[in-house]
Design a protein around this ligand. Structure first.
Ligand SMILES: *Cc1c(COP(=O)(O)O)cnc(C)c1O
Length: 424
């Protein structure tokens, strides 16, 4: 791969370079195991003295090609592909923050991340405190304590579509000496590269725009590299790991210690890798990501502008609308607003339900980022486990309808919303 290639080229060419006579397309290596000539080869692989594949729970050639492409697209040194976006969020935290320690998170987060943080990892001994997505560096630092080991944000939040202010969070992370982890699911690597804005890790639900066709779950964590783990806060990185004969990650793997650690500790021991067939699908999705994202953004902006003028619509939220409170930050950090917009219908939740039930082309689905247009009512669906306070923090009003604008012809999409709004 040529490092200077543009993202459109990398999306197609990075990650797999076939040698003479090998398949042009990375095949699905649907094998759990790999054959070696003698026992020493395998012993060396287990000791991480030799690179290669031995068991698909740790690594697999098809998954490896997808990981390399993701690292190239985000500008990181390495990536670990996982079974789902939830696994990526979970392991991004547990890899740097052991039980007894603390995380600061932006309050504007995906509902699944909030329950993961507020319920699940709390029971594992990791506590999370939330700050507003527009918090200042001082407010973020005020939420820290001597146990703080990570800051977690979502770049463009699902579903409130807040553009989180990187500068404040990355400045706070630098001052605290802890990594900044950014969930970049909605922008995808095409609309934003968080590592360029001060993040140390990028998390994706590959289930969304990376796959793009609603056919597979997947997650990925990309490491920027170069983080100073030797500041006294991360002995798991700088002291011998007894589960690997005293391996010290920062010494043995100075380029990407966090990715190696995540793979050989977490993925190996809890068993949450991405499967080869799913990596093949995600990789195929990436090949068309730039062209899909351009059309998703174009269609979403047109629908947002149309709904804004519609007499039955009370409000529309899309970060690339000129009067959006997010517009300035969106221009600064994003190449486009993504395919997701939110709106409310005059008459509130009940009227919104009529619209959702009357749509013909747009389907009611618990999904975003598909080529097909879909709608969802977060307060009664994805975010129904959240308390009222958490709903407010996540920016979910009771009447909010989330639209994932697909790649159909925009005139057909607009006509569908018009006929549904006419039923109110
Ligand atoms: C969907 C989503 C997740 C969770 O991903 P899964 O692949 O469904 O586990 C995490 N973060 C964001 C922003 C999402 O939209």
């Amino acid at each position: 791969m040529d490092k200077n290639w543009k993202i459109e080229t990398k999306a197609i060419q990075a990650g797999y370079e076939p040698k003479d006579g090998e398949p042009r397309v990375m095949p699905i290596v649907q094998s759990t195991t790999f054959k070696y000539d003698n026992a020493q080869c395998v012993a060396d692989l287990f000791d991480l003295k030799r690179e290669g594949f031995f068991y698909t729970r740790l690594a697999n050639p098809t998954v490896d090609a997808f990981e390399k492409k993701m690292a190239a697209l985000e500008g990181g040194v390495a990536a670990v592909a996982l079974s789902a976006g939830q696994t990526a969020s979970l392991l991004s935290i547990l890899n740097v923050c052991p039980a007894g320690y603390h995380v600061i998170a932006s309050g504007a987060l995906y509902g699944g991340t909030v329950t993961l943080f507020s319920e699940r990892i709390k029971k594992m001994g990791v506590t999370v405190d939330y700050v507003p997505a527009n918090a200042t560096k001082e407010e973020i630092i005020a939420a820290s304590n001597d146990k703080t080991r990570a800051i977690f944000i979502e770049v463009l939040t699902n579903p409130s579509l807040t553009v989180t202010d990187f500068e404040q969070f990355s400045a706070a992370a630098k001052e605290l000496g802890v990594p900044l982890i950014a969930d970049n699911t909605f922008p995808s690597p095409y609309l934003c590269n968080p590592l360029e804005h001060g993040a140390d890790f990028v998390v994706h639900s590959a289930t969304k725009y990376i796959d793009g066709h609603a056919v597979t779950l997947g997650g990925v964590v990309v490491e920027k590299g170069g983080f100073n783990w030797n500041n006294g806060k991360f002995p798991e990185f700088t002291e011998p790991d007894p589960s690997y004969h005293g391996l010290v990650y920062t010494e043995a793997f100075p380029a990407s210690p966090a990715s190696v650690k995540m793979r050989v500790q977490w993925v190996r021991d809890i068993g949450t890798p991405m499967m080869p067939f799913n990596a093949f699908l995600c990789n195929m999705g990436l090949e068309t990501l730039p062209v899909r994202m351009e059309r998703h953004c174009e269609n979403a902006l047109k629908l947002a502008e149309h709904l804004q003028k519609h007499e039955k619509v009370s409000w529309v939220n899309y970060p690339f609308l000129k009067d959006s409170p997010e517009y300035e930050r969106a221009q600064k950090y994003l190449r486009g607003g993504s395919g997701v917009l939110c709106f409310g219908v005059k008459g509130g939740k009940a009227a919104g339900e009529i619209v959702m039930n009357s749509l013909k082309l747009a389907a009611i689905v618990v999904h975003v980022a598909d080529v097909r247009t879909g709608v969802l009512h977060p307060a009664s669906m994805t975010h129904r486990q959240l308390t009222e306070e958490e709903l407010v923090a996540a920016g979910v009003s009771p009447d909010l309808i989330r639209v994932s604008v697909g790649l159909e012809n925009i005139d057909d999409i607009i006509a569908d919303f018009d006929q549904a709004l006419a039923k109110v």
